[in-house]
Design a protein around this ligand. Structure first.
Ligand SMILES: Cc1cc2nc3c(=O)[nH]c(=O)nc-3n(C[C@H](O)[C@H](O)[C@H](O)COP(=O)(O)OP(=O)(O)OC[C@H]3O[C@@H](n4cnc5c(N)ncnc54)[C@H](O)[C@@H]3O)c2cc1C
Length: 409
């Protein structure tokens, strides 16, 4: 690789920072420019709704690399800097303010932005979203005994915020459109486990309803009104209703885009000099046999390095199975595989569901598409991954029987 080459990475999240690390680890000695919209050093987001929000982990634990690392590795880190345009024919990106930086290879790792709540009053102060460190700081400032929090959305982030808020002693109501939290992701059998977990910890669940209005006084929230007319008194509202991939730059560059930026198994886009990784990448997955886009930490952690190697001309293929984890109160869970809503026809539970120490598997025509464990850390998701990768049909009754080893079902 010629020393004069410039590789530009847009997006200072986990995928972008890991890509920069891999370029140097692989011996790339050209210019690496990492452009980050946020003012913070690149950091991981899972702690924002877990250890950091609980107050148990400090800020530095979330950082991908400490400040000196960027200097030591000669990575030009441009914090608080937004790329406003990509000119793929000139091989240049344009920054807010007009500066242009030329690239030989470009990685887009622009991540996701939270979906906004569309309801009267949603723009009041003390209606929060949780994506960036300062969002978590605002919440940490207010979460204390007696503070009333209304969480909108019973997905992963909503539930983790509810758990953290309860742990701080705040009063928590959670409003979810479907009949159970996580219902579209996990199906009723497992979603019920999460509903019970939160009820047991004192979360007031309002299920099967949305938000009609956020009521304020003097510019601050005082209550939310559900679509069914229930009025929930609240000092703070936290909205966790999903995110959308930040595709504007990819579209501007004229790249093929669908639900995400379309990339091949080496994470290369329709432009041979532009790559995409992390939340925005919709990968032609070699083993799942279709296009997959996921908004998961592990996908950023593993995808950034793969894109970096591909930028260096290595022959790489992104073959990781989607992997996800959550921590809520004393429940820890890991999920591996790909079983989007509508893709499976059976859910098999194995172990002590009531005691929250079990496996769940999502099957289609007898094949395991995905599985998760709850609080079974000895074996974790290892055996599940092997089952998913094997693609073989299994005996569901054996799978449900903890006496039969998973590799013998
Ligand atoms: C609160 C929270 C908790 C989470 N918990 C989990 C979890 O437990 N498990 C799990 O698997 N996943 C979790 N996730 C998801 C996980 O964090 C994401 O999948 C991951 O952050 C994606 O990384 P990324 O690098 O693709 O994007 P991001 O982390 O979103 O980083 C993208 C960066 O690009 C920057 N950017 C965007 N556009 C531009 C531009 N034009 N110019 C310059 N910079 C730009 C953004 O400012 C951002 O900093 C969580 C997410 C959140 C928000």
């Amino acid at each position: 690789m010629a020393a004069a080459q410039t590789f530009v990475i847009v997006g200072g999240g986990l995928a972008g920072a890991k890509a920069a690390e891999t370029l140097r680890a692989e011996g790339f000695d050209g210019r690496v420019v990492l452009i980050a919209g946020e003012a913070e050093l690149p950091y991981e987001r899972p702690p924002l709704s877990k250890g950091y929000l609980l107050g148990s982990d400090d800020r530095s634990k979330a950082l991908v690399h400490h400040r000196d690392w960027y200097t030591e590795q000669d990575v030009e880190l441009r914090l608080d800097t937004r790329v406003t345009a990509v000119d793929s024919s000139a091989h240049e990106v344009e920054l807010a303010g007009g500066e242009r930086i030329g690239y030989h290879k470009l990685l887009l790792a622009t991540g996701s932005v939270p979906r906004r709540l569309d309801a009267p009053g949603a723009d009041l102060a003390s209606v929060f979203y949780l994506r960036e460190l300062p969002d978590a700081d605002h919440l940490l400032d207010v979460l204390e005994p007696g503070h009333r929090v209304a969480v909108v959305g019973g997905g992963w982030i909503g539930l983790e915020v509810a758990a953290a808020a309860r742990t701080h002693g705040a009063e928590v109501a959670l409003v979810e459109l479907t009949d159970l939290p996580l219902l579209p992701v996990l199906g009723p059998e497992v979603a019920q486990v999460f509903a019970e977990l939160h009820r047991e910890h004192g979360v007031d669940l309002h299920l099967g309803t949305g938000i009609r209005e956020v009521i304020g006084a003097d510019g601050r929230v005082v209550a939310v009104v559900t679509a069914t007319g229930a009025e929930i008194m609240a000092d703070t509202v936290v909205v966790g209703i999903g995110a959308r991939p930040a595709l504007e730059l990819a579209e501007m560059a004229g790249l093929a885009v669908d639900d995400g930026v379309l990339v091949d198994a080496s994470l290369r886009t329709s432009d041979p000099d532009i790559y995409a990784a992390g939340d925005i990448a919709e990968v032609d997955h070699p083993s799942l046999g279709g296009r997959v886009r996921v908004e998961h930490w592990a996908n950023a952690l593993d995808g950034g390095p793969v894109a970096a190697r591909a930028m260096l001309g290595h022959d790489v293929s992104y073959d990781r199975l989607p992997y996800f984890f959550t921590d809520q109160y004393d429940l820890g869970m890991e999920y591996i595989g790909h079983a989007p809503p509508g893709s499976y026809d059976d859910v098999v539970l194995r172990g002590d569901v009531a005691g929250r120490a079990f496996y769940a598997f999502w099957l289609s025509a007898g094949r395991v598409l995905a599985g998760m464990h709850v609080n079974l850390w000895d074996d974790g998701v290892g055996p599940v991954e092997a089952l998913v990768r094997s693609g073989r049909t299994v005996d569901a009754s054996k799978l449900a029987d903890p006496a039969v080893p998973i590799d013998q079902v």
